[in-house]
Write a protein that binds this ligand. Structure first.
Ligand code: GH3
Ligand code: MG
Ligand code: MG
Ligand code: MG
Length: 324
């Protein structure tokens, strides 16, 4: 019990960024500055889990904010700090917004309990503690928290899948459609440049005809990787469809975009795409259409149309070229 109350319990695991929790050993923080009362809580929880004890609410806040905990137990007995302030701090931080908080209050603290519940405290117990009840309530909170965590993770995953191209891992057209407008309006309102490039592989049908659809897929994956390496983190690269890709480049004027596009074109011309298990080297070229955002009357739609027209000109002019 004494070892459990030292503040550094589990800090290595915490710093390693992965507190591994299982149904049998939940990660719980007990915030209580009174040795006698925290001892009672710890004893009540013996066999269920070994909480980390924080006597200082601010230190508790920073520890909990690191993440990885299943539940916080906050005692109202804290001398120099309003425990409700800690609760509201935890509720206002993204990382701890959904952390279950269980309040342990004294008899006659009804008003405080009501306020705590209004602040988003999940449950409370009144001293003297009943061991069975304490564990039952914690177990319910922790189970619900883990279920919600999984639910949130799977919703996030579903959303990611819906806006990701399965073949290349780049964003898909749906993602572009829902973000281009925003990027354009942001650039306009800030008076910043923005450029768009559309790339289309030359004679790609011949790759499919010669090496099969799987061979074509290998090339598309490889091309996407090369494209990704040639653009910045803030650029939005996506697979527009088939063998067409679009890169939206915020804060990039037409001149700079032309340099980037030329770098991409040259890189593809010099590259050998490896197809299949035998890594058969295949040479390919790419045509690129460019457009830069114009004045106030311009729009995402017009911008894309100009880039598409430029791409058409690049094809028409003999392929393997950049047209702005
Ligand atoms: P160009 O653009 O130079 O005019 O010639 P192209 O042969 O590339 O012409 P086009 O754009 O008409 O053909 C694109 C081909 O890309 C047709 C289609 O079979 C192929 N394609 C589209 N999506 C995929 C895909 O996901 N995988 C593979 N392997 N091929 C695809
Ligand atoms: Mg095409
Ligand atoms: Mg085409
Ligand atoms: Mg093509």
């Amino acid at each position: 019990l004494r070892a459990a109350t030292t503040r550094n319990i589990g800090i290595e695991t915490l710093l390693a960024g992965r507190i591994v929790t299982s149904e049998d050993s939940p990660a719980v923080v007990l915030v209580d500055d009174n040795e006698a009362s925290s001892k009672i809580v710890l004893e009540s929880m013996d066999g269920f889990c070994v909480p980390v004890v924080e006597t200082d609410p601010q230190a508790a806040f920073f520890r909990i904010a690191e993440g990885g905990y299943d539940c916080a137990i906050v005692s109202t007995g804290l001398r120099d700090f309003d425990p409700l302030r800690l609760c509201s701090q935890l509720r206002s931080l993204d990382r701890t917004r959904f952390l279950p908080i269980v309040l342990i209050a004294e008899k006659g603290e009804d008003e405080r309990i009501t306020r705590a519940l209004e602040l988003g405290v999940n449950d409370y117990l009144i001293r003297p503690l009943d061991r069975q009840e304490l564990i039952a309530r914690l177990r319910t909170q922790i189970r619900r928290k883990r279920y919600n965590d999984q639910l949130r993770a799977s919703v996030t995953q579903t959303i990611e899948m819906a806006v990701t191209d399965g073949l290349t891992g780049l964003h898909n057209r749906r993602y572009l459609d829902s973000h281009l407008d925003t990027l354009v309006k942001r650039a306009q309102s800030r008076g910043r440049p923005l450029s768009v490039m559309i790339t289309d592989l030359d004679r790609f049908k011949a790759v499919n005809d010669t090496y099969g659809h799987d061979g074509g897929d290998d090339v598309l994956r490889d091309f996407a990787d090369r494209l990704r390496k040639n653009v910045r983190g803030i650029d939005l690269a996506c697979r527009f469809g088939g063998e067409e890709f679009v890169v939206v480049m915020p804060d990039t004027d037409g001149e700079t975009a032309a340099l980037i596009a030329e770098r991409v074109r040259e890189g593809i011309e010099e590259a050998a795409f490896a197809i299949g298990a035998d890594q058969v080297p295949v040479k390919l070229t790419v045509s690129i259409g460019l457009a830069a955002l114009g004045g106030a009357g311009d729009s995402a739609d017009k911008l894309m149309k100009r880039a598409d027209m430029a791409l058409y000109e690049a094809k028409d002019g003999g392929r393997n070229r950049v047209v702005a």
